[in-house]
Design a protein around this ligand. Structure first.
Ligand code: PHE
Length: 340
């Protein structure tokens, strides 16, 4: 048995010299040191020997095993270096090649849509104004004619930061901030930004989304100006053939309040799945700024009048590109984002 071991060792070491690549090495390892390898099987039979022979054979067996393992590792390193040298010689690895650049990113679809909307209003003379996402209860509700007990607060459930601070549910509190800053100048601004609502997240509603608020305050501003502005917006966004429909509505901070729809961009008013067979798509909530709100902003309602509107940003993008799930906007899935 000792003889057999020495023979096997010599044979294994010789055949290891022939291993030229990873595959050869693996094959060699399996045939000598693997679970059913020759050395393994031989060592397993030590138990069949007479008791007095076992220690010596066992010792020698382990010695051979260690020797083969060491030889294997050494050979492996040699093979690895040789193949690297070969690759370099063949030029397959050009170490002077610059790394692969990561491509430039691009604007998020929401940002693109927002900028499109901003550009349209800019042409109509609206300046862009930004207001904070974290607002006081007073700004988000109170000064917009919704004192603490007001039932209309139920229309906008939100995330509270403290008893008096919250994540704004709409961009409307920006109206108060602009008025207080601009008085006694006439105002024509839009306020784009993120809003938050404590909502069940579905394909149609997210707990965060963008709005663009519009506010015009001046002398003799009427509902006609509001309707003209929204008509112009719809035509610039979706084509000159668009028409607008006005419905009476309710918001605590406008009086009268309206809801503006435009004829469905898909069916042109015939009725289809997108407009839920009504022929119309809602584009904005709006109205004439409530006298109380004007006063809260510092403007005397007997002298000044104004209009305000609030529109979504994701929804127009969804319409334009046929996106049927609003959650995709915040999912960070590059397969979605790269399409725009
Ligand atoms: N703030 C309202 C909303 O979020 C929209 C609105 C803005 C309505 C301005 C009228 C005037 O639903």
């Amino acid at each position: 048995m000792l003889e057999q071991l020495s023979q096997l060792e010599a044979e294994a070491l010789t055949s290891l010299e022939d291993a030229e690549d990873e595959a050869d090495l693996e094959e060699w390892h399996r045939s000598y040191l693997g679970r059913r390898g020759r050395l393994t099987l031989l060592l397993r039979s030590v138990g069949d020997l007479p008791k007095e022979e076992r220690p010596a054979v066992g010792r020698r067996g382990n010695q051979v095993k260690r020797a083969l393992e060491a030889a294997y590792e050494a050979r492996r390193e040699t093979v690895r270096r040789a193949s690297l040298a070969r690759l370099l010689a063949e030029g397959a690895v050009d170490v002077t090649l610059p790394g692969r650049p990561t491509g430039p990113g691009h604007l998020h679809i929401t940002t693109q849509t927002l900028r499109e909307i901003i550009a349209i209003f800019a042409e109509m003379g609206f300046q862009v104004y930004e207001a904070p996402d974290v607002e006081t209860d007073e700004m988000n509700f109170g000064l917009l004619n919704m004192p603490p007990h007001h039932p209309a607060r139920d229309m906008w459930d939100t995330f509270w930061i403290s008893d008096t601070l919250l994540l704004r549910t709409h961009t409307s509190p920006g109206q108060i901030r602009v008025m207080r800053e601009r008085y006694p100048e006439p105002i024509r601004v839009i306020l784009p930004g993120k809003c938050y609502r404590y909502e069940q997240v579905t394909a149609r509603s997210e707990h965060q989304f963008y709005q663009v608020e519009g506010l015009a305050v001046g002398h003799g501003i009427t509902m006609t100006d509001l309707i003209g502005t929204l008509t112009q917006l719809a035509r610039r966004l979706y084509g000159p053939e668009r028409s607008i429909r006005i419905r009476g509505s309710y918001f605590p901070f406008t009086e009268p309040s309206i809801e503006a729809d435009m004829d469905c961009i898909l069916c042109g008013g015939e009725g289809c799945r997108v407009c839920k067979y009504s022929g119309w798509l809602e584009i904005a909530g709006a109205g004439m700024v409530h006298p109380v709100v004007l006063r809260n902003g510092g403007y005397d309602p007997d002298e000044w009048s104004g209009f305000a509107f609030g529109m979504g940003v994701e929804r127009p993008a969804m319409l334009k590109y046929g996106i049927d799930d609003i959650r995709l906007f915040y999912g960070s899935d590059l397969r979605f984002l790269r399409q725009f």
